[in-house]
Write a protein that binds this ligand. Structure first.
Ligand code: SAM
Ligand code: SF4
Length: 348
């Protein structure tokens, strides 16, 4: 990483008055999800096939390019950046990037720098993440059962994640757990997850599986609508309505017995696109305006050809699609409105 360039980027982003990024429907974009690698140390069955083909390394942005593009977003008014992937913590020199981006916090234009991780490497990185300004992170964990975890992730060890979560707590990071709701796979464990999270002070969000990328079978078989998850929890726990929001699509409830929050993200059974405030950048510099649509802008090309990255971002965001078209048809067993990109490419 070229530190001089980086300091200049931070200064420039700071000096220029932020101008709101708005799409043609009037939605203001203030949140960037950044997939810093499509690679991963796990192979979750709903996310990618066993023999996943990853993007060619030569196409991947280097850290300096990522930092320049982030600085452009911050100049344009983006306030929150989430590192994701793939597994962001497997990217070589990831902490150099975190350190550079953290320079935009504390009056440097950025309100929050955060991360979504599978947690396997958290024990190694939790302290450094906290030191570089992260305050809360999301950790994906669909089951507490070691066999079930190994099966869902095709070989992962749940104890690595549990050790990572302990390290995160000890370093002072606030944790939210993300669990995919998977019928016939982890649906008998939802109450155990609520209890486990409650005992540790973790909020928990259940997510509906989205049809992204060909995993060799239709996800409709394991699809479970958020309403069913909620009904199941309501048989055991007292779910109190709350207007708590993290600025995202989650609908939150407080679990009276534990004091922790439980959220539901329902891209299939509900609709949240009207209030969408985010865009996603892949590790090869493709800016996707919607998780569930193909519209993209090539920021790597703009950067490498010396064109204005800001103009490219504005152009793409102005034409942000109204929403996704994800749908499952249980009768035909089909996914429709699916996108061919895998979740690890676009960044979940
Ligand atoms: N590897 C990191 C992790 O697992 O947290 C970050 C990237 S992962 C793609 C981000 C989130 O996307 C995870 O919570 C994962 O469960 C979720 N995810 C993956 N494939 C999905 C799909 N097809 N539908 C819904 N969520 C999915
Ligand atoms: Fe890796 Fe995350 Fe996808 Fe699982 S969900 S395979 S951990 S990128």
């Amino acid at each position: 990483m070229n530190f001089v360039t980086s300091e200049r980027n931070i200064q420039a982003a700071h000096e220029e008055a932020p101008r709101a990024l708005t799409d043609m429907l009037g939605r203001t974009i203030s949140y960037l999800r950044l997939s810093i690698t499509d690679r991963c140390d796990l192979r979750c069955v709903y996310c990618m096939p066993k023999d996943m083909a990853f993007l060619p390394r030569k196409d991947v942005l280097d850290l300096e390019e990522i930092e320049k593009i982030c600085a452009a977003f911050i100049r344009l008014g983006v306030k929150k950046i989430r590192l994701t992937g793939g597994e962001p913590l497997v990217r070589r020199n990831v902490m150099t990037l975190v350190e550079q981006l953290s320079g935009h916090l504390n009056g440097g234009g950025l309100d929050e720098l955060t991360l979504t991780t599978n947690g396997t490497l958290l024990a190694k990185y939790a302290d450094a993440l906290r030191q570089h300004g992260m305050r809360r992170i999301n950790v994906s964990l669909d089951t507490l059962n070691p066999e079930s975890y190994a099966s869902i992730t095709r070989g992962g060890d749940v104890n690595d994640v549990i050790a990572g979560l302990r390290a995160a707590q000890e370093s002072g990071l606030k944790v939210k757990i993300n669990s995919l709701a998977l019928k016939g796979i982890n649906d008998h464990e939802f109450n155990a997850l609520v209890e486990w999270c409650g005992a540790r002070g973790f909020d928990l969000t259940f997510i509906e599986a989205m049809p992204m990328g060909d995993i060799g079978r239709c996800r409709v078989m394991s699809y479970m609508p958020a309403s069913e998850v909620r009904e199941e929890l309501a048989q055991v726990w007292t779910l109190e309505e709350t207007d708590h929001s993290t600025g995202g699509p989650s609908k939150y409830f407080t679990i009276k017995e534990t004091g922790c929050k439980v959220g539901f993200i329902s891209p299939l059974s509900g609709s949240f696109c009207e209030g969408c405030n985010r865009v996603r950048l892949t590790c090869t510099g493709q800016l996707f305006m919607c998780l569930g649509q193909g519209d993209s802008v090539d920021l790597r090309e703009a950067l490498r050809e010396g064109r204005s990255v800001e103009d490219a971002i504005r152009e793409g965001i102005f034409a942000k699609p109204k929403g996704h078209d994800f749908e499952y048809d249980r009768r035909s067993g089909c996914e429709s409105g699916a996108v061919d990109r895998f979740m690890n490419v676009t960044g979940g």
